[in-house]
Design a protein around this ligand. Sequence first.
Ligand SMILES: [Zn+2]
Length: 65
Amino acid sequence: MDVRPGDILQMKKPHPCGSKEFLVLRSGMDFKIRCQGCGREVMVPRLKCEKNIKKILRENIQDEH
Ligand SMILES: [Zn+2]
């Protein structure tokens, strides 16, 4: 899955604060993401994170399949 810093991830499972949207700060083996509801930053293993992604929200998507 193509996840880039700056993307907003819409998750299947919400953060405890209720928000389902997370901003990607860093990608790699682990993703560093920031909850858009409470602002908390978390490191999540890539695989675990990808399983939880419902949708990637990105401005100016040109290459969506
Ligand atoms: Zn939160």
